[in-house]
Write a protein that binds this ligand. Structure first.
Ligand code: B12
Length: 1001
């Protein structure tokens, strides 16, 4: 690979320190230096930390604590072992023969704690008959070599813990286990374990055996599910610090006993962290991190230890989803191959963060994305959230609004207020921000298609609040290119949409200097299926296209580039996500540098992040708390400026108050209790992270070049290339899940049949919201000056036609006169037209990945059988109705069914029930499969069934899939739906079920 960053210079610590001092107004760096237990923690660490090495385990045992006094202790243990636990710690053990009945003690680790003398005698007798290996949590002598003693390290200071373990450990002649308790101080805990491992190996020549246990005492009963976030960070510390075994205590053991539910959620954490996040692929993954090595050094400075030596590699290779070959072990030799080492934060190319001080001065903004039903209800929700610690607002609009329709439009019957807030006029916008001072609270608005009316309403609402719009701070998404690729809330064709962006850049640059005029978003690509390299590359390529748009609109790079912002999705692949964010910053700086900016800020990539909704499951939803917390940690380690954390009911419905609170408090916990904000880019320097950063940057750069060769992103979109690549990645992922190659806990691994925790779900009465909106619309249209509105709208159409003037400015005029969102959109549409996507389905990818799977083969032969029996292949139409643009599921299902031997028709997006029924009947399909994700199922599915019934002899099997809460299933069955397939459906299984129904006739 040629050099990528030769236009940027490296920096030493001194330069960084000087920059920090400037950033904190020439104060001394000491003033933002923290101390934890007398250890100094500076705002940054850069290069040249002394490093030691030792052997670190790659695999850690999963331990569960079981109270042997429980009469079901043996049953609980067997269940645990069946679900991925590899070690058990029995407290208060007695009666070993019944306690250990059926347990293969020769294969798993058994620990005993809180025992009495009699028990030790019983154990001695028992091990003569049966082999057990494991440990007792005490120092008593035991005859079996397989049972070792444990040194329980008390809750003293970090340094004292290391000292205690070492002094006590060397007293033993035989192998011993060290039991450390891990609390929430994230990096300190990692460094403590690393330091001890290194110390032990250097002094004794043997490897330490560490059992880390998450803390019990910091787990409160109030808001108890937040404890799941705590055990998540504690587990991560234990894993990264190098534990041979980890015991996660159930979230409720501090105030009641663990139960079936809490045990299961706890057990699933291990599997989630290992199988979904690949945390156990690389040994000592944070080795080399300047900060962690510094802390490790602090713990070891009183002991004489030789520095890191590079031992002969016995590293294995593994493949990441991005097609990158990675190793199981990294050491300092890798650093020589990395061009970007030496770049800092706050200076181009901003490898380690856009600001010199990052969270040390100001933590990321907690910005939860929300909006539902009416402006009034959403406003109440926002005000409550602001009072509860949220720092910025993020507005989710309903799909009618997104697509430029007023609530009374016939095409949006099922969509009003359903998946976001309904906004028809300035009056709604004013209610939305009632008593929220827009000059103080930064507001992010996810709006792309109908960006002109929505931004104009926001501006007018602010003016009518009495605010100087110069003071408006916030962000409008305004990223239309990715709408054509994945998000599907476009209105006009690409070329006209790009003109709109140019107008917005111009208007906001002149009048709203603190406002971010675009949020260039990769998030939606990831959610639609893109791997990290694709998300990164296409987002930056979109960004490049917008920069060219700004330049073409007559602006200088420094006039608008500092106000461009980004938005990443953060999935479960922890290290990859961190590396992606770091790679993004250096590549963006490289891209902008070509435009010769004078202001270094033009090159800084500032970003919002959202944890992945796709990674969350309908099954066992409390597992989602761990997932979201881990993803949030990755976003933070990657250096995000603001963050949305998803709620645990993500795959069921919009968040309820209960679930939204947990999601918000996950961030509050991370900000306040983990020490995560103490230093900039804490993982910088880690060999694995730096290597991944390089690999992902290079991979993405290759893809960006491919787009450039196609003539830039607008051209590439026309050719369909980016959409196809993302859909291919989605189909591949689905096949890997359906064939069990990739595990999703609760879906294809550790499935639970328990119905133990019912959660309240938010339900929206969209008919009521729609009626309310329609009546408001009528009132406004009656009261306004319709003549002036008409003139203002004509001005807009004229501007579209002649390409003269600024659309946003004209829309602000129309909005002041109470023109509606639908009217402003139509005024443009009459000139620009409405974009129709071409609707292709890829083929072969799903099959390629899953062909050896038994269920897939069974479904295939059943579809062949059907074809033989009836003389026609089974024919299915996959339909999307209303304004719901979620097409990942529909596309994946369509391609999979085609690979299974079905004839597949896929309807275009945004059909009405009448259009769907007509197409299904004309194409004479056996099955109509409706994919519904945006909540309109109760309104639109009965309607399509009624329409089908109007055709004579119609005999179509109706099935539904997507995000449909289980409580609605009966309603759909009563209305004629034959089967509902929710999130997590294995596609071949659904095909088998459908074919069996058809064959039964
Ligand atoms: C991915 C996603 C997106 C992507 C969509 C990308 C795309 N091109 O599809 C992006 C980020 C763009 C997005 C945007 C929005 N989203 Co969204 N999104 C999701 C998410 C996280 C996953 C959906 C998904 O694709 N899953 C993977 C696919 C493969 O699964 P699936 O569709 O469920 O299909 C499976 C089964 O259901 C079944 N199935 C489905 N259909 C069919 C059909 C047949 C015939 C059969 C046999 C089986 C079957 O089999 C499939 C395989 O297992 C869900 C939450 C979740 N975890 O489900 C929210 C979710 C659907 N989104 C939501 C919302 C609100 C939105 C927005 C409206 C937000 C806003 N206000 O701006 C926008 C608008 C998008 C639009 N144009 O409609 C809400 C909907 C709320 C509701 N139902 O009340 C959800 C539920 C999140 C939440 N809890 O708030 N989203």
């Amino acid at each position: 690979m040629n050099k990528l960053y030769q236009n940027f210079s490296k920096s030493n610590s001194k330069e960084w320190e000087e920059n920090i001092c400037k950033e904190i107004q020439n104060k001394n760096i000491e003033q933002i230096t923290k101390h934890v237990e007398n250890i100094e923690i500076k705002p940054f660490y850069h290069l040249n930390e002394q490093k030691y090495s030792a052997k670190f385990p790659i695999f850690s045992e999963n331990f569960q604590l079981i109270d042997a006094r429980d009469k079901n202790a043996n049953k609980i243990a067997l269940e645990a072992l069946h679900n991925g636990i590899t070690g058990i710690c029995f407290t208060h053990p007695v009666n070993l023969s019944s306690l250990l009945k059926g347990i293969h003690t020769e294969y798993i680790q058994i620990n005993f704690s809180n025992y009495d003398k009699n028990f030790l005698e019983e154990l001695e007798e028992f091990i003569v008959k049966k082999k057990i290996h494991g440990a007792i949590h005490g120092k008593e002598k035991i005859i079996s070599k397989e049972i070792i003693n444990t040194i329980i390290v008390p809750a003293v200071s970090f340094k004292e813990q290391i000292q205690f373990a070492f002094i006590e450990g060397v007293k033993f002649k035989s192998k011993v286990q060290f039991k450390f308790t891990i609390r929430s101080n994230f990096f300190m805990e990692i460094a403590k374990l690393r330091a001890f491992r290194i110390l032990w190996e250097h002094k004794t020549g043997t490897e330490a055996y560490i059992l880390s246990s998450t803390s019990i005492i910091n787990k409160a009963e109030k808001d108890n599910y937040n404890n799941i976030s705590k055990t998540t960070t504690e587990y991560l510390s234990a894993q990264f610090g190098g534990s041979d075994a980890i015991l996660i205590n159930s979230f409720n053991v501090n105030y009641e006993k663990a139960n079936k539910f809490s045990d299961r959620i706890t057990r699933n954490q291990f599997e989630i962290f290992k199988k979904e996040s690949y945390l156990d692929k690389v040994t000592d993954p944070l080795k080399g991190s300047y900060y962690i090595e510094y802390l490790t050094n602090q713990f070891l400075k009183d002991y004489k230890i030789a520095p890191e030596e590079i031992k002969k590699k016995n590293s294995k290779t593994w493949q990441a989803a991005e097609g990158i070959a990675l190793k199981t072990e990294y050491n300092k030799s890798i650093i020589n191959e990395i061009e970007h080492i030496g770049f800092i934060a706050g200076k181009p190319p901003f490898l380690r963060g856009p600001y010199s001080t990052m969270y040390v001065k100001k933590p990321w903004t907690i910005r939860q994305y929300a909006g539902f039903s009416t402006a009034k209800e959403s406003n109440n929700f926002y005000k409550k959230n602001l009072a509860a610690g949220q720092k910025g607002l993020s507005v989710a609009f309903d799909l009618a609004t997104h697509r430029g329709y007023d609530s009374d439009h016939p095409r949006v019957e099922g969509d009003v207020g359903m998946a976001g807030v309904a906004i028809d006029t300035v009056e709604d916008m004013k209610v939305l921000f009632n008593k929220i001072p827009l000059d103080q609270i930064s507001v992010s608005m996810t709006m792309n298609g109908a960006v002109i009316p929505i931004l104009s309403f926001y501006i007018v609402a602010a003016i009518e609040q009495g605010i100087d719009i110069k003071e408006l701070k916030g962000t409008i998404q305004n990223d239309i290119l990715k709408e054509f690729m994945v998000r599907n809330t476009y209105i006009y064709p690409p070329e006209h949409s790009i003109k709109i962006i140019g107008d917005i850049f111009k208007y906001t640059t002149e009048k709203m200097p603190k406002f971010n005029s675009i949020s260039i978003s990769g998030y939606h690509m990831q959610e639609a299926g893109a791997t990290a390299d694709i998300e990164l590359a296409y987002t930056l390529a979109n960004g490049l296209e917008y920069v060219r748009t700004g330049i073409k609109a007559g602006m200088k790079i420094d006039e608008f580039a500092p106000r461009l912002s980004f938005f990443w999705g953060i999935g479960m692949n922890y290290f990859t996500e961190i590396a992606k964010m770091r790679a993004a910053r250096i590549l963006w700086a490289k891209i902008i540098k070509e435009f010769n900016p004078k202001n270094p800020k033009s090159m800084a990539l500032r970003t919002h992040c959202q944890t992945s909704g796709w990674s969350l499951t309908e099954q066992d939803p409390f597992n989602n708390i761990s997932r979201t917390c881990l993803e949030a940690m990755a976003a933070i380690m990657g250096g995000t400026q603001s963050l949305h954390t998803n709620a645990l009911d993500e795959a069921i419905a919009l968040p309820s108050e209960f679930s939204a609170k947990i999601a918000r408090e996950t961030q509050i916990y991370l900000q306040n209790e983990t020490g995560i904000c103490d230093t900039v880019d804490p993982l910088g320097g880690a060999y694995y992270i730096e290597h991944l950063t390089k690999e992902i940057a290079e991979k993405a750069w290759g893809l960006i070049q491919e787009v450039e060769e196609a003539g830039g992103m607008s051209k590439a979109i026309e050719s369909g290339l980016p959409k196809m690549k993302i859909e291919q990645a989605a189909a591949k992922k689905q096949a890997r899940i359906d064939s069990n190659q990739d595990k999703i806990i609760g879906v294809n691994f550790n499935k639970s049949n328990e119905e133990d925790k019912k959660i309240e779900i938010l339900e929206i009465d969209n008919t009521k919201v729609r009626e309310e909106q329609i009546s408001n619309l009528k009132k406004i249209k009656k009261e306004r000056n319709n003549k002036s509105v008409k003139l203002a709208l004509e001005e807009i159409t004229k501007c579209c036609k002649e390409n003269k003037g600024n659309l946003l400015e004209l829309a602000v005029n129309a909005a002041k006169l109470r023109a509606t969102l639908g009217e402003i959109s139509s005024a443009c549409e009459s000139e620009f037209g409405r974009y129709q996507a071409n609707n292709q389905v890829i083929s072969g990818i799903y099959k390629m990945e899953i062909k050896d799977n038994k269920t897939f083969q069974e479904a295939q032969s059943l579809s062949n059988h059907f074809a033989k029996k009836t003389g026609r292949r089974p024919r299915i139409m996959i339909a999307k109705m209303g304004q719901d643009g979620h097409d990942r599921g529909a596309k994946v299902v369509a391609t999979s069914f085609a690979d299974l031997g079905f004839d597949v028709d896929i309807g275009p997006l945004f059909q009405t029930p009448i259009e769907v029924a007509k197409q299904a009947i004309e194409n004479d399909v056996h099955i109509l499969g409706i994919s519904s994700l945006a909540g309109s199922h109760k309104t639109l599915i009965p309607k399509v069934i009624n329409e089908i019934k109007k055709y004579k002899n119609s005999n179509v099997l109706i099935i539904a899939g997507g995000v449909i809460p289980q409580r609605d299933y009966d309603f759909l069955y009563e209305n004629g739906v034959s089967e509902v397939f929710g999130p997590g459906t294995i596609i071949s299984e659904s095909a088998i079920s459908i074919l069996n129904t058809l064959l039964k006739g």
